[in-house]
Design a binder for this molecule. Sequence first.
Ligand SMILES: Nc1ncnc2c1ncn2[C@@H]1O[C@H](COP(=O)(O)OP(=O)(O)OP(=O)(O)O)[C@@H](O)[C@H]1O
Ligand SMILES: [Mg+2]
Length: 352
Amino acid sequence: MFEGFGSNKRRKVNIEDEPEHTKPWVEKYRPKKLDDVAAQDHTVSVLKKTLTSANLPHMLFYGPPGTGKTSTIFALTKELYGPELSKSRVLELNASDERGISIVREKVKNFARLTVSKPSKEALEKYPCPPYKIIILDEADSMTADAQSALRRTMENHSNVTRFCLICNYVTRIIDPLASRCSKFRFKSLDESNAIGRLQEISNLENVSYEKGALERILEISNGDMRRAITLLQSSAKRLGFGELDKVTSQEVEELAGLVPTPVLNEMIQRVSQGNVNGIIEYMNGFVKNGWSGVSVVNQLHDYYVTSNDYGTDFKNNISLLLFDTDAKLANGTNEHVQILNLLVQISQIPT
Ligand SMILES: Nc1ncnc2c1ncn2[C@@H]1O[C@H](COP(=O)(O)OP(=O)(O)OP(=O)(O)O)[C@@H](O)[C@H]1O
Ligand SMILES: [Mg+2]
């Protein structure tokens, strides 16, 4: 049954009410303006034009996790309406809200057809305040196809007073007729050069010192996911001041991320290259006790072998096949240590 807009708000924890110092860093350093959004230059420049022309199409943001999609739309609505007017002009629904077909028919449709409220004088002076509302459907790829279909007419009928912004990780899960009604904006994974500045800035503001290469290692491990990178930086920083540690080090970062430390990995590779099965078994017995995850071993071995110049193409092909095979078996829930032992023994048998 339709419950009105208020009930949903009450259920949500409003992170903005939290004091700054207790917020997790990902929230504390969430971009507040479009200019704070790193690495999405194309998207940001297009959206900034809408600030001057006040002309906005329906939008579809897509891209991998932690690349700034949610942050960008919130920054945009803040810059369009200011904090006060945003409350009445923006409706945000994400995967934690009920968004089945009935909600789309009632809640979304009702909000979409409301006429826009008049902005106050102060708001008009400071912000563009365009004459439409924005409905944000975050994590829209988790909406059922039926619920998405129900949006089609709503989007068209009320486009004089409402714009939609759909956000998702997998653009293929948005039904075609919806996707074709929107301008698409692709969010790229953050690469090292773009994201490093942001991590440096956060470290400076939080007074965290780090050894050379540690931030780069954080980014490598995070794979372009800025949320993961900032969280990893925060957990590494938490350990500073205990014992001898006074800086964030690459080794500590690896440990926190659950990676196998480089010296241990090097020994593994050395044993494998010696081709001695007993040596490998003995090594694995020690390895098991430390509880490293099999999946990280597969990923790290992949990075090592594929990027190394010491091996030929045939060797790399063979290794890749073995690694894919092991990865698939691990994903099926087989015994990690048996699989890794099997992998290492097989690699040791490949002629170099
Ligand atoms: N491009 C970026 N520039 C600066 N900070 C970023 C960027 N992308 C992500 N972040 C950081 O990561 C956090 C998460 O970003 P955000 O919630 O916008 O990601 P998302 O793309 O919506 O991810 P998901 O697909 O998982 O919802 C932000 O609070 C911010 O601290
Ligand atoms: Mg998001």
